[in-house]
Design a protein around this ligand. Structure first.
Ligand SMILES: Cc1cc2nc3c(=O)[nH]c(=O)nc-3n(C[C@H](O)[C@H](O)[C@H](O)COP(=O)(O)OP(=O)(O)OC[C@H]3O[C@@H](n4cnc5c(N)ncnc54)[C@H](O)[C@@H]3O)c2cc1C
Length: 276
């Protein structure tokens, strides 16, 4: 197992980037891939796994997002100090992939779920077209503090449970896992055509839970599963109530140590991200 270190976890570098939409591509009925880049991407340093960034969007009537300059820990404080009705709307997305091109330029992929409830993030993605500019608070170190997928060095096997919003992060985490590491993976998606080809060298058993096919997506699916022996590490992300229920199952019914379960509420039904 690749060791992860406490010092790496403490690193929090990120700053403002002025990125350009290079292209968009539908990956399935529910997901749009947006590829960002341009001269403003210099210094962007994606590190894989569940690393995330914040997109910073203008409010209705604004031409540009109102954001503090710079980066680092103080950035959030400065953003909060701006009038609530003026400061940029922020939404979180995983850095699905970063590529360095032959000419030295950088491309960054975000996979955005187009959900029925709408919202500024979803609306921005639907309207995005090549040449659009986007302010992003993004990583300047590959292993910055937004990386939460951190299996301890003694991990014998990994459990991953993600819904469609956490599929980009789960897919990147699967790419990162070492060869041969056993992994049990449940990926929940809205429609059959939202399945994606995933790359991993891990010994992963991947099960797709397709809601349109009537899949049981609650905690029952994992509860019914026979899990490998040995020391686990679990990463759960998606809608808050499902994350909480599975966290409870793993810790209180399966006996996983708290420190061996990373749970992230990516969205909360009925609430916009700033209140979730
Ligand atoms: C660390 C992190 C990483 C994330 N990575 C990704 C990612 O890679 N791709 C991605 O698509 N999302 C990702 N998310 C989730 C995303 O930030 C939320 O879904 C966010 O609410 C979308 O913003 P919005 O403006 O579209 O909707 P909001 O304005 O936040 O919400 C409006 C309404 O939509 C509902 N809603 C929000 N998301 C969904 C959904 N998926 N399905 C149904 N209803 C929804 C809310 O409950 C609310 O009622 C991530 C979240 C976090 C915290």
């Amino acid at each position: 197992m690749t060791p992860t270190t406490a010092t790496a976890h403490e690193i929090a570098p990120f700053r403002l980037f002025d990125l350009t939409v290079l292209r968009t591509r539908r990956l399935g009925p529910s997901v749009l891939r947006i590829t960002l880049g341009g001269p403003g991407a210099e210094g962007f340093s994606g590190g894989g796994r569940d690393q995330s960034l914040s997109i910073l969007l203008p409010r209705p009537g604004q031409r540009e997002a109102v954001v503090p300059a710079g980066g680092g820990e103080a950035w959030h404080e400065k953003w909060r100090a701006l009038p609530e009705g003026e400061r940029a709307v922020t939404r979180s997305y995983a850095v699905r992939a970063q590529r360095l091109r032959a000419d030295g330029s950088t491309e960054v992929d975000l996979d955005v779920v187009l959900h029925d409830a709408g919202g500024p993030g979803c609306r921005w993605a639907l309207a995005a077209s090549p040449g659009d500019r986007l302010a992003v608070l993004g990583p300047t170190a590959a292993d910055n503090a937004t990386v939460r997928f951190r299996p301890p060095a003694d991990t014998d096997w990994v459990l991953i449970r993600a819904d469609e919003t956490a599929l980009p992060a789960a897919a990147a985490a699967l790419e990162w896992l070492p060869a041969g590491l056993p992994a049990r993976v449940w990926l929940e998606i809205p429609r059959t055509e939202d399945r994606q080809a995933l790359n991993t060298a891990a010994k992963a058993r991947i099960r797709w839970l397709v809601r349109s096919e009537g899949a049981v997506c609650g905690v029952e699916t994992v509860r019914a599963a026979e899990l490998p022996g040995g020391t686990p590490y679990a990463w759960i992300a998606g809608e808050a109530s499902g994350v909480r229920a599975l966290h409870h199952h793993l810790v209180h019914e399966r006996g996983f140590g708290h420190e061996r379960v990373t749970s992230s509420a990516y969205w909360r039904r009925g609430l916009p991200e700033q209140q979730a």
